[in-house]
Design a protein around this ligand. Structure first.
Ligand code: F6R
Length: 602
């Protein structure tokens, strides 16, 4: 979603701004722009579409100046047009914004009554107009920005730049992330450490309500109550912010392939020396609520099976955007667990804030350890997936699953459901996981061979049962978001209650079915599809394929795995099917249309 960069530099900033925006591309965007102050003159350039279009504009119409702000926009209010692209400018002020200004309509009316008419359809433009009006009435840039921020409702990260001010910019954070980067005689603002990594490894994360005045000499931060705030300086591991494709054609391919390695990292962290080490004690907990969005929600869905089957601990799962509005019954005898790759998803963050005072403990299963969600929970468990750039979540999903599985094992042990020996046996199984994931990667070749056929389909169904049912949902989500083919996931037993009406010879039905206790039931449902001429692709292990693979349209062989690990392993063919089908269709695999990596609006 929208990305922000601000630079008070020693050199020409336009190329640096574009380079930083390139590092924010992974968040998803549909237009981009920069503004600089050259000497004392503020000017801007904007373009719709990919950054290359902005670069083209800058080649023909360069921007000079050693101070500037930049933005990648993911459209919320108003289409992706040049007029709606940021920076927005009014009078002497230029502004970039991430988030949503909820009271923009009333502010726009108020401003229009004073003769400050907008030229765009965006919510952001009122910010520039408010500040411009304040300056026209005699306010200093600082007072204009601060009085503007006071009027805003909603979520925002903001950066202000002023005509005539070659050594000052202002930032503010409420609800959307913003970080300050400290250089030598240079200062930076950015949505995340990835954007700032080429310039500095010294970063201060702004807290909720913070405002910052940046000059080349440093940063003056004030908190929500207007008092000077001392925020700590973190040294980021620049290696951890590397965002190259490492020889792969797409980030997604690289991230799928990284899964054995990152899962091994997570195992080393949580099972050092073969013993489970997790800073949670589940003994007195009566119930868990798991909350997340999208793929992370499907990880929660799998975890519900694990917590209930392994630890006999009741679990509710919620989609974050529904959670607080359904006004769930929450007590201090339950814990709420929030699962998020980015740690910035607005719905998940809002759900956390809703639950925080009501439940016994809040826990995050999160990839970005400095994110808002990681910082606001009682206990944050990092999933250690490393930077995930592809918009479609892959390695973060499997790392979320692994951490949730280890939590379920801990819960079972803490609650006396599982003895030491049984726990140890499961931990021994876990040691085999990276190797098994490597074996699952060999499904890439047969899946590539299928992709042209799948790419021609109008509709594709995924079926699964038990803890593999959420994998059917995840397989369908991945496929539709990457290849734009309509896909649905169903619990295999549910098919006959309606969706079977969709089956004909043109609809591929992908059955995810390890040879487990539910296999025979799934095979019966698969036969119902084949009896109606459905084209079944069965993904199972050698035993499963021997028993049921004969009349299938196609089969894919997976390694034999302990049942408890099957959801992690079956994530791989689900991801590869989506990836290769998207490549066959020629879609934008790493940045599918309309999608954003870090969804910071509700
Ligand atoms: C799908 C995908 C999304 C995210 C969802 C939550 O491939 O990536 O569905 O899983 O937007 O994002 P996080 O995990 O950052 O909260």
């Amino acid at each position: 979603m929208c990305g922000i960069i601000g630079i008070l530099g020693k050199n020409e900033v336009a190329p640096q701004l574009v380079e930083a925006l390139r590092r924010l591309e992974y968040r998803g965007y549909d237009s981009a722009g920069i503004a600089t102050v050259d000497g004392t003159t503020l000017d801007r350039r904007r373009a719709v579409g990919k950054l290359v279009n902005l670069s083209d504009v800058l080649v023909h119409d360069p921007l000079r100046g050693k101070i500037g702000i930049g933005h990648t926009r993911w459209a919320t209010h108003g289409a992706a047009t040049t007029l709606n692209a940021h920076p927005h400018r009014a009078g002497r002020v230029a502004v970039v914004h991430n988030g949503i200004i909820e009271n923009f309509r009333e502010l726009r009316e108020e401003l229009a009554a004073d003769g400050y008419a907008p030229e765009s359809q965006t919510d952001t433009e009122v910010v520039a107009l408010l500040a411009a009006r304040a300056m026209d009435r005699g306010a200093s840039p600082r007072d204009a920005a601060f009085s503007t921020i006071d009027r805003l409702e909603g979520a925002f990260a903001l950066a202000f730049l002023f005509d005539g001010e070659g050594d000052m910019m202002i930032g503010a954070r409420k609800g959307s992330p913003l970080a300050v980067g400290h250089g030598e005689g240079e200062m930076f603002l950015g949505s995340d450490a990835i954007a700032l990594a080429p310039f500095t490894n010294r970063i201060t994360y702004l807290e909720e309500g913070d405002r910052v005045i940046l000059t080349r000499e440093g940063a003056e931060i004030t908190d929500a109550s207007g008092r000077r705030a001392n925020r700590s300086l973190a040294r980021i591991d620049v290696g951890a912010t590397q965002i190259d494709k490492g020889g792969f054609r797409h980030f997604m391919a690289k991230e799928i392939a990284e899964q054995p390695a990152v899962l091994a990292d997570a195992l080393a962290r949580y099972v050092p020396g073969g013993k489970l080490d997790m800073p949670l004690d589940f003994s007195g907990v009566e119930r868990l609520t798991l909350v997340a969005c999208g793929t992370a929600h499907y990880a929660c869905h799998v975890a519900k099976y694990w917590f209930e089957q392994i630890a006999r601990l009741p679990v509710e799962i919620d989609i974050a955007s529904e959670f607080r509005y359904r006004d769930p019954v929450l007590t201090d005898r339950q814990w709420a667990i929030f699962v998020s790759q980015s740690g910035e998803t607005a719905d998940t963050l809002a759900a956390l804030r809703h639950a925080a005072e009501k439940v016994g403990k809040t826990v995050a299963v999160v990839n970005v350890p400095t994110s808002s969600i990681a910082r606001e929970v009682d206990v944050a468990l990092p999933i250690l997936a490393g930077v995930e750039v592809g918009v479609a979540s892959t390695k973060a999903f499997s790392c979320q699953l692994l951490v949730l599985l280890m939590m379920a094992l801990k819960a079972a042990h803490d609650r006396g459901i599982m003895n030491d020996a049984a726990l140890q046996a499961h931990l021994d199984d876990l040691r085999a996981l990276p190797g098994l994931m490597n074996q699952a990667m060999t499904t890439a070749d047969p899946i590539r061979g299928l992709a042209d056929d799948l790419a021609e389909a109008q509709d594709i169904l995924f079926l699964g049962r038990g803890p593999i049912y959420p994998l059917a949902l995840e397989g369908a989500l991945k496929l539709k978001e990457l290849s734009y083919i309509h896909a649905e996931g169903y619990a295999s037993g549910e098919l006959k209650h309606g969706p079977i009406a969709l089956i004909d010879a043109h609809v591929p039905v992908i059955v995810l079915a390890p040879r487990d206790a539910l296999f025979d039931k799934t095979v019966s449902n698969m036969q119902e599809v084949m009896a109606r001429h459905g084209r079944v692709l069965l993904i199972s292990d050698e035993t499963g394929l021997r028993e049921a693979g004969q009349d299938c349209w196609r089969t894919i062989r997976m390694p034999e795995v302990p049942s408890i690990l099957a959801p992690l392993l079956y994530a791989v063919p689900a991801q590869l099917l989506a990836y290769h089908t998207a490549v066959a269709k020629g879609t934008d695999v790493d940045q599918p249309r309309n999608l954003a990596k870090s969804v910071t609006v509700e």
